[in-house]
Write a protein that binds this ligand. Structure first.
Ligand SMILES: [Zn+2]
Length: 509
C-alpha cells in the first residue's frame, strides 16, 4: 500500500501540455513525466462533456451514473434541474472508506454531489469552475480555518458575452492568483492533516481554456496563447510546490480528464433550428408566447442577462437559465425538446409514457420524429459558405454505452462541424428557412475555446515504469487504480480496470 496524491488540471489540453513541456515552459510537469508513465486518457463518449468528473469519482461508466450536464431534464416535472443524489447515483468513492480505511483530503473536485460526513476532509467550490452544490466543506468548521489561514475563496463566476483584451488580462490575473491560493491551501492541508489519499483539482486551466483560447481565424484579435500559457505556468508552479517534497511511498498522478480546442458549438441556435423543424404546416409554433420571450431575450443582451444572473443565489440562477432557454414552451405542440447543453446539442423526443406531458407515441411515431429531426438538422448550411453546420446526429445506439441510467441521456446528440462557430452570419435550410447567428464574427457566449475528448495522465510511483508513453486508459479506470494503490478492495459496483496491470509498453520516449 502507498499513499496517492492526485492533481487534476481541469480540462487542460494535452497537446498544449506536450508542446509547452518541450518548450521548457512547464519544467515541473516535465520532471514528473520523465519520472513516470504517460497515458493518453480517452473517452468513448466524446459527446457528453459533463461526463468526465462523475465518471472519475464514481468509477462507473456513464450509462450507470447518468450525469452529462449540471442541469438535466426531469421528464416528470418537464423542466431541467440541477443534478444531485439521490436523483442520480453520484457516489464519490472516497466517501465510502470506513474509519479503518484510508483518510482522504479532497479539494475542489468539480461536479460533486451534496457533501456528507466521511473519514476525511472534503472542500467543494473553493476555486472551482463547475459545481453542483454551493461552496462548502466537510467537516463544516474547515471553512473557518481556511478563511483564517488562507483568506476568502478565490473562485469567481464565469462572465459571459464578448469582452475585450483588457478584460482578458483581468481574467488571466484572477486565474493565476486563484491557482496560487489553491496551491497554498493544498500545501497547508498536506502539512497539517494526516492523509493517505489527497485529491486536488486546479480549475484555472478549464476557465482559461474557454475564455483565453487562442484567437480564432475570424476574429480580429491578437493571439491569446500567452495569456493561457501564463495560466498553465501558474499550474506548473503549483505542481512543483506540491510534489517537490513528496515521500517516496507516495504515488503521484497528474492529469486532465478531457481537453480543449477552438469552439465549434452552435448549441446557442439549436432551439431556433428545432423550432423551424417542428413548426407544422399550419404555422403552429411550439412556443406559446414567442413574442414575449423573444422580446425579453432580444431586449436584454446576453452579457447583461448573465451579469444579472451571476449576482443571484444558485437556485435562482438555475431558474433563470432554464427560463431563458425553455421558457414559454407549449408542450402540446412540442414533439422535440431542446435541452440545455454547452457544446454538442442535446434533444429529446416528447414521448408519451416517459415525459409527463408527452405527445409522441412510442414506436413508429417516435422513429418518424427522430428521422425528421436528423434530416432537418442536416439541411441547414452556412449562408455564406454553403457548408453544412451539423456533422452528425447521434442516437443511443451510436454512443457505445449501456447501463441502468441510459434514460437520463438525450435521445439525440447533435455533433457540430469541426470548424469555428463564430464564422456564421446566418444559417439557412432550403426546407425550413433562415436562422440568424446572434453575434456575427463572434461566439455568442464569449467562449473562444470548447471541449475535446482527450485528456492525459502522468503517473509516478513504484507501480509505473519511468519515462514511457503507454496506451490510452479510460477515465473509469482511475478510481479502481487509486483504490488498488491504497491497498483497498475494489467495490463490487465499480467498473474500470487497474491501469498498471497487464499493460504492454507501446513505445519508448
Ligand atoms: Zn467546460
Amino acid at each position: 500500500m502507498s499513499r496517492v496524491f492526485f492533481i487534476g488540471l481541469d480540462a487542460a489540453e494535452p497537446s498544449l501540455i506536450t508542446q509547452w513541456m518541450s518548450d521548457g515552459h512547464l519544467p515541473n510537469m516535465l520532471k514528473l513525466k520523465k519520472k513516470g508513465s504517460y497515458f493518453p486518457i480517452g473517452s468513448k463518449n466524446d459527446h457528453l462533456v459533463g461526463l468526465p468528473w462523475p465518471t472519475f469519482y464514481t468509477g462507473k461508466n456513464p450509462g450507470n451514473h447518468g450525469a452529462y450536464h449540471y442541469l438535466q431534464w426531469d421528464p416528470q416535472k418537464m423542466k431541467s434541474a440541477r443534478i444531485d443524489r439521490p436523483w442520480l447515483p453520484l457516489n464519490p468513492f472516497w466517501r465510502y472508506f470506513d474509519s479503518n480505511g484510508p483518510r482522504a483530503i479532497v479539494l475542489d473536485i468539480p461536479l460533486t454531489p451534496t457533501l456528507e460526513a466521511f473519514h476525511g476532509i472534503e472542500i467543494n467550490g473553493w476555486a472551482t469552475h463547475e459545481v453542483l452544490v454551493p461552496q462548502g466543506a466537510q467537516p463544516r468548521q474547515t471553512l473557518d480555518w481556511i478563511k483564517k489561514t488562507i483568506g476568502p475563496a478565490p473562485g469567481f463566476a464565469e462572465r459571459y458575452g464578448n469582452f475585450g483584451s483588457r478584460d482578458r488580462l483581468v481574467i488571466r490575473d484572477r486565474l493565476v492568483s486563484m491557482t496560487r491560493q489553491a496551491s497554498r491551501l493544498a500545501k497547508n492541508l498536506m502539512v497539517h492533516e494526516s492523509w493517505d489519499l489527497f485529491l486536488v483539482v486546479f480549475s484555472a486551466t478549464h476557465r482559461g481554456g474557454h475564455q483565453l483560447w487562442r484567437a480564432e481565424p475570424c476574429a480580429e484579435r491578437g493571439p491569446d496563447d500567452s495569456l493561457l500559457l501564463d495560466v498553465y505556468k501558474a499550474c506548473d508552479l503549483a505542481v512543483g510546490e506540491l510534489t517537490s517534497q513528496m515521500s517516496p511511498n507516495t504515488t503521484i498522478l497528474l492529469g486532465s480528464l478531457h481537453g480543449m480546442g477552438i469552439n465549434h458549438s452552435r448549441t446557442e441556435i439549436l432551439p431556433d433550428m428545432i423550432e423551424k423543424i417542428i413548426t407544422d404546416k399550419a404555422g403552429r409554433k411550439a412556443r406559446q408566447k414567442p413574442g414575449r420571450i423573444s422580446l425579453i431575450k432580444n431586449f436584454i443582451p446576453s452579457k447583461i442577462r448573465h451579469e444579472i444572473k451571476r449576482r443571484m443565489p444558485q437556485t435562482l440562477q438555475d431558474t433563470l437559465t432554464v427560463f431563458w432557454r425553455m421558457g414559454g414552451v407549449d408542450w402540446q405542440h412540442s414533439p422535440v425538446i431542446s435541452l440545455l447543453g454547452d457544446y454538442d446539442g442535446y434533444l429529446r423526443i416528447n414521448l408519451k409514457g416517459r415525459e409527463s406531458a408527452g405527445i409522441i407515441e412510442p414506436g413508429c411515431q417516435f422513429d418518424e420524429w427522430i428521422q425528421k429531426t436528423i434530416d432537418g438538422l442536416h439541411s441547414f448550411v452556412d449562408r455564406d459558405s454553403g457548408q453544412p453546420v451539423v456533422l452528425d446526429v447521434l442516437q443511443h445506439k451510436d454512443l457505445n454505452m449501456n447501463g441502468a441510467c441510459m434514460d437520463f441521456f438525450p435521445d439525440l446528440i447533435v455533433e457540430w462541424q469541426k470548424t469555428p462557430a463564430c464564422n456564421h452570419r446566418e444559417i439557412v435550410s432550403p426546407i425550413y428557412g433562415a436562422v440568424p447567428w446572434p453575434t456575427p464574427g463572434l461566439n455568442p457566449e464569449g467562449r473562444t475555446g470548447n471541449h475535446r475528448s482527450q485528456g492525459f495522465l502522468i503517473a509516478c510511483g513504484a507501480q509505473f515504469s519511468k519515462n514511457e508513453v503507454l496506451p490510452p486508459v479510460g477515465i473509469v479506470d482511475l478510481a479502481p487504480t487509486i483504490i488498488e494503490i491504497l491497498g483497498c478492495p475494489k467495490p463490487k459496483d465499480m467498473e474500470g480496470s487497474i491501469i498498471f496491470q497487464g499493460r504492454p509498453v507501446k513505445e519508448k520516449l
